[in-house]
Design a protein around this ligand. Structure first.
Ligand SMILES: [Zn+2]
Length: 92
């Protein structure tokens, strides 16, 4: 199973590999402090620069593409999402 990117239509072996090819900020909120400095209000958002790397840029990060055209992470395909789904250990 691979993760298909809706942005660039490339396939990724793992969520980690997919994360590697997505760069840039999400469009952070911009805060303006009040005259007293005691509060701040949201006056807008930075332009989101979140985007996909090109194939050449991915290769420059040592990502590799297998014979099925699926991209792999250089540091291994450890799946971050799988980790989040693990049950929390409860100690009593
Ligand atoms: Zn993409």
């Amino acid at each position: 199973m691979a993760n298909l990117c809706s942005g660039c239509q490339e396939k990724f072996y793992s969520v980690a590999a997919h994360e590697t090819h997505r760069v840039g900020n999400y469009g952070e909120p911009i805060w303006q402090q009040s005259a007293t400095g005691k509060s701040a209000k949201n006056v807008g958002y930075a332009r989101s620069e979140r985007h996909c790397l090109t194939a050449d840029e991915m290769r420059s990060l040592d990502m590799t593409q297998d014979d099925k055209g699926i991209w792999h992470n250089p540091a291994g395909d450890y799946d971050w999402s799988a980790r989040r789904e693990q049950p929390v250990e409860v100690t009593s």
